[in-house]
Design a protein around this ligand. Structure first.
Ligand SMILES: C[S@@+](CC[C@H](N)C(=O)[O-])C[C@H]1O[C@@H](n2cnc3c(N)ncnc32)[C@H](O)[C@@H]1O
Length: 335
């Protein structure tokens, strides 16, 4: 596998792909409302009503059709900005007042203001340094501004090829970001400081189609061990139990009670990251509203909880020692 830099990436047929869907509108079948799971104007109207002004920045805006349709609603005080590497914008977008279109790479463009809404709809799939770009972009929301971007965690890999899905989920959550695994949507309210222990190494434009069905770009990172971290604190007490009420996850003095009616499915996975000396089994409880909770095998009651999920699902409990690396094994699903 050959890793390429941004200059080569931006010339790659995967990024300059005519067949790419760059035409999503605001709502309807091929739209932002459908793929984001919320209507962008629903996020902006309350702000407009309260402050008389609101701003929307759409990164990787494609033809800018969603922005043009927002502009067509002529909402007083609404400021719209679209940024895309390719300057092939819809004529309705270029003609719209209060809509600024910028032809630039996300890796280089820098705004001079904060925004009430920042979206990036299926754009990061084509960006080389996805994590570095996210770290910059996440400083741009206004204090109560909303950020939403599609991110395929499986396209972010460590240099040995290992997908960084599980450590990233954890690190992103620790940084105050929510990740909806079904929509592959990263969201937060307000700016965030994202300081992840990964150094960008390059992009693979030959990774093949991602979950959208279109060829996409995998991004490769080198794990950083700076040695500057403080001595690790003693690990907190963790425990998990499963009973008729649901799943109970204890972290030190607090217990998180997850009732059965919000559990969508439960999976086991073995996370192996050779370069970071990680090899552990994890239980992930995915909720019906898109969030999730994870427990690692060193939690008290882990094996018993796995056996109880399997019993309730009417299947034999999997052999934890025989799990293949990075394979997800479902052990319970909402009937
Ligand atoms: C799949 S399209 C989505 C466009 C639009 N958001 C939509 O849903 O209709 C991805 C867009 O990302 C843009 N893009 C790719 N790499 C970029 C980069 N480094 N900086 C800015 N835009 C980029 C492409 O030019 C393309 O328009």
């Amino acid at each position: 596998m050959r890793l390429i830099d941004d200059t080569e990436l931006h010339r790659s047929s995967v990024v300059a792909n005519n067949a790419m869907n760059r035409e999503r509108g605001l709502d309807g079948v091929n739209s932002y409302a459908r793929d984001l799971g919320f209507h962008p104007l629903d996020r902006l109207r309350p702000r407009l009503a309260e402050h008389g002004a609101a701003s929307w920045l759409d990164l990787c805006c494609g033809q800018g059709r969603a922005l043009a349709q927002a502009a067509a609603q002529q909402l007083d005080g609404l400021t719209l900005t679209g940024v895309d590497l390719v300057g092939h914008f819809d004529p309705a977008a270029t003609a719209a007042p209060d809509l600024t279109l910028v032809t630039a790479s996300l890796g280089e463009w820098q705004p001079d203001r904060a925004f009430d809404l920042i979206t990036c709809v299926h754009g990061l799939h084509y960006v080389g340094d996805k994590l570095g770009t996210l770290a910059r972009v996440l400083t741009w929301p206004a204090p109560d501004g909303f950020f939403a971007a599609h991110l395929d965690l499986g396209s972010i890999r460590l240099l040995d090829g290992t997908p960084a899905v599980q450590p990233l989920r954890r690190l992103l959550r620790a940084a105050g970001l929510a990740y909806d695994g079904r929509r592959r949507l990263l969201t937060c309210t307000g700016p965030r400081e994202l300081d992840l222990p990964f150094a960008y190494a390059g992009a693979d434009d030959q990774a093949g189609p991602n979950y959208t069905g279109q060829p996409a770009v995998d991004s490769y990172y080198r794990p950083l061990r700076t040695g500057t971290r403080p001595e690790p604190a003693p690990p907190p007490r963790r425990a998990v139990t499963v009973d008729d009420a649901g799943v109970h996850i204890t972290h030190d003095a607090s217990t998180f009670d997850i009732e059965w009616d919000i559990v969508q499915y439960v999976t086991l996975s073995r996370l192996v990251v050779d370069v970071a000396d990680v090899d552990c089994v994890e239980l992930t409880v995915d909720f019906v509203f898109g969030d999730h909770a994870t427990v690692q095998e060193d939690a008290e009651g882990f094996a018993e909880a796995v056996a109880e999920f399997a019993r309730r699902w009417g299947r034999p409990a999997p052999d934890l020692s025989a799990l293949a690396p990075d394979e997800d094994v479902e052990i319970w699903r909402c009937p």
